[in-house]
Design a protein around this ligand. Structure first.
Ligand code: F6P
Length: 461
């Protein structure tokens, strides 16, 4: 079997005892590497160096997998990661042109770090390697590798949405980004909608388009492009939730603290794309329109901080804390707090247990490539008494999870009404909706995603 080489911005290393990292994607990719008897995983170490000397790879071998990590200089970190990747590509791909802060210097830094990755990786590649590159940080990497004479199969998976053409072309260097993607052999998008948007961008630019079922031709290259919806380790997550339900201290004490109240849960990285402020406003509306719910429900919002170096994220952190404070102050009482807001990350097992405890899972992004919290919420439920998933129609997961109650997060009236419907849904309907989603997730788990993509990448040309 050919050696698999994975490249991603961050690299999830096993812990000190050699145990693979938690989390579906990391587990699936480690499993794919091990199945091939090992492989290489390259990326950023997560460390930022102030001094020179970052242009090298530190290699380590753990359980047959070679990890090759590079530090980033402060300038590279600021321009590539905190700059172009997270202040231009992230907002634009999430259709937030208003939040995009384009700077030529940062764009140069983005392409420079991709050249650095290519310089470090190319000499380590063998002709029959299969290379799988992940996410928006590394779009130009295949093109850079090709320029260094690399001829092996190179695939790319975009974890975030691909925007409509009107939005993409507002990005000053969109032609370079679009062309760079066409240097891959297989392009994976989360949904058929992302794929259609990509195809429309090629058509509008008059540079190519589909020539077969999954085959595209653009910029004088032929490549495959398809929708490969990412997923979770469904069966493992279900087991974790069941175990946490009766064995985790925090889950147990949270259950006791509810004293019979219904629990609504939201869990998202602190990111404007997740629609958390819209969600709180909808919850506020529910409490105003249904005063009988006050004191009888509790909303737990778990929101670990992220990308705090990026100004838009720091601003959102402040805005959200103020909003929650205002709602709690206005609608709470001496013996009841409407929203419990946790600005920290919780362990996988605790989260699984809390999802199982919650009567309603609120997953309401304004735009999301997939959203694995939605899938985890479903997997965590008790089959005898499952909760209800309220899901934004703008999450990739909405195209698969047909038993969810779909909402438009911009419509707070509708969201409030839908939360009310979820809170009062009869058991039979909850079971029926949950069963269909769970059956789908059991067959379409993260291993299915990984194997499906790698089969396309390994297919004979
Ligand atoms: O969803 C896209 C993504 O880049 C993931 O790959 C990553 O796990 C997550 O966002 C967190 O982002 P960051 O690495 O910037 O903290």
């Amino acid at each position: 079997m050919n050696r698999l080489v994975i490249v991603s911005n961050r690299v999830p290393l096993p812990d000190e005892d050699g145990n693979p990292p938690a989390g579906g994607l990391a587990v699936a990719l480690h499993a794919a590497l091990r199945k091939r008897g090992g492989g290489l995983w390259m990326g950023w170490s997560g460390k930022v160096q102030t001094e020179a000397g970052t242009e090298q790879l530190e290699e380590m071998e753990i359980e047959g997998i070679t990890y090759a990590l590079t530090d980033l200089s402060e300038t590279d970190y600021n321009e590539y990661y905190a700059g172009f990747a997270n202040r231009v590509l992230w907002p634009i791909f999430h259709s937030r042109l208003d939040l995009a802060e384009y700077a030529r210097k940062e764009m140069s830094g983005y392409f420079r770090v991709n050249r650095l990755f290519a310089d470090l990786l190319a000499p380590r590649l063998q002709e029959d390697d299969v290379v799988w590159i992940h996410d928006y940080h590394l779009i130009p990497l295949a093109e850079e590798l090709r320029q260094r004479g690399v001829t092996c199969r190179i695939g790319f998976f975009l974890h975030i949405p691909w925007p409509p053409s009107d939005i993409l072309i507002a990005m000053p260097v969109y032609e370079r980004v679009l062309k760079a993607l066409c240097a891959y052999d297989v392009l994976g998008f989360q949904t058929d909608l992302d794929l259609a948007n990509f195809s429309e961008c090629l058509r509008r630019e008059n540079v190519g388009g589909p020539v077969g079922e999954r085959t595209f031709r653009a910029y004088d290259r032929t490549f495959e492009a398809g929708a490969f919806p990412i997923s979770i380790e469904t069966a493992d997550f279900a087991r974790l939730a069941e175990a946490a339900d009766s064995g985790d201290e925090l889950v147990e004490s949270t259950k006791n603290s509810l004293t019979g109240k219904q629990l609504i849960i939201g869990a998202d990285r602190l990111d404007y794309s997740k629609g958390i402020t819209h969600r709180i406003e909808a919850y506020e509306r529910l409490l105003i329109e249904h005063p009988e719910r006050r004191g009888n429900i509790s909303f737990l919002q778990v929101t670990p901080k992220s990308r705090s170096d990026v100004p838009e994220y720091a601003a959102m952190q402040k805005q959200l804390a103020e909003l929650i404070g205002r709602v709690n102050g206005a609608l709470g009482s001496a013996d009841w707090v409407p929203t419990r807001y946790i600005n920290q990350s919780l362990g996988r097992s605790v989260l699984a247990g809390l999802y199982r405890l919650a009567d309603v899972g609120l997953v309401t992004p304004l735009k999301d490539g997939m959203n694995l919290v939605a899938k985890e919420y479903v997997a965590a439920q008790d089959p005898e008494d499952p909760g209800v998933l309220v899901l934004s129609r703008f999450a990739g997961a909405a195209r698969e999870l047909k038993g969810a109650l779909l909402i438009n997060p911009y419509d707070s009236e509708m969201t409030a009404r839908t939360i009310e419907r979820a809170l009062s849904m009869p058991l039979d309907e909850r079971r029926e909706r949950w069963r269909g989603m769970m059956d789908h997730l059991l067959t379409h788990d993260v291993n299915h995603w990984c194997e499906d993509f790698l089969a396309a990448l390994n297919a004979p040309r």
